[in-house]
Design a binder for this molecule. Structure first.
Ligand SMILES: NC(=O)c1ccc[n+]([C@@H]2O[C@H](COP(=O)([O-])OP(=O)(O)OC[C@H]3O[C@@H](n4cnc5c(N)ncnc54)[C@H](OP(=O)(O)O)[C@@H]3O)[C@@H](O)[C@H]2O)c1
Length: 222
């Protein structure tokens, strides 16, 4: 299987790379700037590409003709602490986070769509429960919540639009995971989250097109 992963140099992205390499798949791993953790893996089945998903440029590196699984993992949280409160949130923060977390996956799919269609593959978009309106009881975090909510809708439209081409699209919530994004304060580790999400991806046909599903297989209301 040819697997393509964005934001793959650390955190969940790196966990996906390790998971699919261990399964014997060919993995195209994208990094934005630094790729030391990937080069250390020293695997023949690993292909590195440089891709900043906030830009319209194509990735730098050779692409596979067919992509069986595309994982849109790259994402940012935006300003921390008070930076995303109602008083502090700024237009620039809103737009920067929206550009990476929502427009980014759309750009990636527009660039790679034909290759996923050629394989009748799967697209997995990593959103977050923070983007669920139903789950929002604490408010704040304007930029991150809004970008991940928008990604749920973008992912659903992709699912509808690509269904007739034989492509399945799913939206994932990784859980609250110990990565740099959470300052390693999450409830579960990368291995558990990736094991759960890859299991959901394997059973993508059990879910409605574009459904929002957590790492433990539970549907996320949004
Ligand atoms: N951790 C959680 O609890 C949690 C919960 C819900 C959803 N998520 C989502 O899961 C995904 C992975 O999160 P994580 O916890 O692994 O985060 P992380 O440790 O902060 O890693 C984020 C990854 O995204 C990359 N990235 C950021 N901006 C990029 C850009 N413009 N172009 C290309 N790559 C870019 C980073 O690359 P650099 O090293 O170059 O910055 C890094 O590889 C994100 O979409 C996140 O929103 C995480």
């Amino acid at each position: 299987m040819n697997v393509f992963i964005t934001g793959a140099n650390r955190g969940l992205g790196l966990g996906f790379v390790q998971h699919y390499l261990a399964k014997g798949d060919q993995v195209w791993a994208c990094y934005r700037g630094e790729c030391e953790a990937l080069t250390k893996l020293d695997a023949k089945a690993l292909h590195l590409l440089q891709w900043d998903v906030s830009q319209d440029d194509m990735p730098r590196g050779a692409l596979p003709d067919k992509i069986d699984l595309l994982i849109n993992n790259a994402g940012i949280y935006g300003s921390i602490k008070g930076g995303q409160s109602l008083d502090e949130i700024a237009s620039d923060d809103m737009l920067e986070v929206f550009n990476v977390n929502c427009v980014g996956p759309l750009r990636v799919v527009k660039h790679l769509k034909d290759r996923v269609v050629a394989a009748q593959g799967v697209i997995a978009n990593l959103s977050s429960k923070m983007g669920s309106s139903a789950d929002n009881s604490s408010g704040g975090t304007y930029a991150y919540r809004a970008s991940k909510a928008a990604l749920v809708i973008v992912s659903k439209s992709m699912a509808v639009d690509l269904q007739d081409d034989g492509v399945r699209v799913i939206t994932l919530h990784p859980g609250w995971v110990q990565t740099d994004m959470t300052h390693h304060s999450g409830l579960i580790d990368v291995k558990k989250s990736v094991a759960g999400m890859t299991n959901v991806i394997e059973h993508v046909n059990d879910y409605e097109a574009g459904q929002f599903v957590a790492f433990d297989g539970k549907i996320v209301p949004y």
